[in-house]
Design a protein around this ligand. Structure first.
Ligand SMILES: Nc1ncnc2c1ncn2[C@@H]1O[C@H](COP(=O)(O)OP(=O)(O)OP(=O)(O)O)[C@@H](O)[C@H]1O
Length: 240
């Protein structure tokens, strides 16, 4: 269970996230939906410990993130929205680096790397430098790196952007399997359709403020009752 308790963050006086309260239960695919600039990435960066919160707190399984940082980080796998990291490494070097960092046992490492990268269609490119990869391939190698160490909590910021339909389908399937094992998949998107396809729960954020949190049928009901939310729904659909 992940909990944001009254979390706020501002950048030079501009509030990016305001008093966010959110509970994300285990065993769910949780979609974090909002238009560009809504505060999704900022919330995710606070959850992954990259940005400190200005006020409020975040807990994971009851443990405070600021006091149990390392333990919590070890249980998380994070795919950022821009994957321009470790460009000088070859794909295989990057995956081995991740495997070393998270102590993936050597007996299973090679077969895991092979299975994951074959299923995303990048196996043949593992000896090329990441800087020669397309955006989609960079996205795939980062996703493969996360899945390689098999963390309990997957945090994926706009994970499907740039993926070809086959890889997107594969990743959605993996998200479902992971949630069905009682684990958490937390992902952000600005595309409503993606949320409708795969999420068990959704939270909508706009201008740093939580607008809604519930399941799909509750979301549709809420749109009917609330004209502003429905307007945003239309914007999100258009943007998608
Ligand atoms: N490092 C930063 N410095 C200043 N302002 C920032 C910074 N990061 C984010 N912001 C601002 O905070 C607000 C929320 O941004 P954030 O990136 O969290 O939104 P988002 O919902 O992830 O958007 P997108 O879908 O475009 O990635 C925006 O107004 C953004 O301009």
């Amino acid at each position: 269970m992940i909990e944001f308790n009254n979390v706020s963050k501002d950048f030079s006086g501009k509030q990016a996230v305001s008093n966010l309260n959110l509970s994300i239960p285990n065993g769910k695919i949780f979609g974090f939906l909002g238009p560009n600039g809504a505060g999704k990435s900022t919330s995710i960066k606070m959850l992954t410990g990259i940005l400190p919160v200005d006020s409020g707190s975040i807990t994971v399984n009851g443990m405070d993130l600021t006091t149990h940082t390392l333990k919590i980080k070890q249980s998380m796998g994070y795919v950022p929205d821009r994957s321009d990291i470790f460009l000088r490494l070859k794909g295989m070097e990057y995956l081995n680096f991740i495997a070393d960092m998270y102590q993936v046992p050597s007996e299973i490492r090679q077969s895991k790397i092979e299975n994951l990268t074959k299923s995303f269609g990048i196996y043949e490119s593992l000896n090329d430098h990441i800087q020669t990869y397309s955006h989609g391939m960079k996205q795939k190698i980062v996703v493969a790196g996360v899945l390689l160490h098999d963390p309990d909590i997957w945090i994926l910021d706009e994970p499907l952007t740039g993926l070809d339909p086959k890889s997107a389908y594969k990743l959605k399937e993996m998200m479902r399997e992971h949630a069905d094992k009682g684990k958490i998949v937390f992902f952000s998107t600005h595309v409503l359709e993606v949320v409708e396809q795969i999420c068990d729960e959704v939270a909508i954020i706009n201008r740093g403020r939580l607008q809604f949190h519930g399941n799909m049928s509750e979301m549709k009901q809420k749109f009917k009752e609330n004209e502003n939310l429905e307007k945003m729904f239309l914007e999100l659909t258009e943007n998608g």
